[in-house]
Design a protein around this ligand. Sequence first.
Ligand code: ZN
Length: 280
Amino acid sequence: MSTRAWFAVFATLLGTATPSSAQISEDARQTSDSRIAAVNVALGALTAGTLSAARHKSFWKGFARGGAGGAVVYAGKRLIGEGNPSSWWAGRQLAALGSSEVANAAEGLPFLQRIVIPIGPVRLHVDRLAKRKVTPKLDLSSTIATVIIASRDRTRLAINESLATGAIVFVVPETSGTVGTHTAGVVSLSELVPDGKFPPLPTKRGVISHELIHAVQYDFVFTAWSDVMQHAIGKRFPAVGLVNRYVDVNLTLPLQLGVNSLIDYHDRPWETEALSIAKQ
Ligand SMILES: [Zn+2]
């Protein structure tokens, strides 16, 4: 298969390489700040509460801590919506702290014992109570996405934008009328997004903010769901634990694939969130 065909398959599998907001009626897709905040709190609360209960621990304790974590994830997304380099970095990392706390609550660990910091295709796993405090792991999905996108014709790494966001950003040839896509933490900007003095261009800022909010959604699913599963599997099967030490595998991929195939692009709540927070 050609690289483009491989990319299409991979993007479909991840279900995240979706058109950005330029193609669709934005007004119809936006919702209120309070509703978005409530959904983020509820997601954190239900994730940690349910996983606590699955471990035969208090649902409500996990629910409360997870809700607080979800509120911090929301605050991070709002910062990203400000649309400048310092808020992109601060927003994604603040949201990462929130997602980490949801995972700590789910696993019954002390406040922020474990933190996952996403930087490009690497995720730094910090455990403040462990002997080995920092473990860098390669995010398998991000790495594959990076290699596939980079190998496409007329694609170039956008160095300024990558440094400004802490995510890998590519400028890609215009092929389908999309201004931006997000695949497993990797952002692609269309070559047609107006270029110029970076970052004061509102359009480019809006598109990057939109795609970074998808990166934060990806971080949440990875840290609060996939990592928790990966830890549980690693405890039970030590051989898997060896792989765990170097590589992050997104175990929620089949779930994402299923959900994406069930919901039409225009009805996807994660698109409504990105459109509402990252004003173009
Ligand atoms: Zn989007």
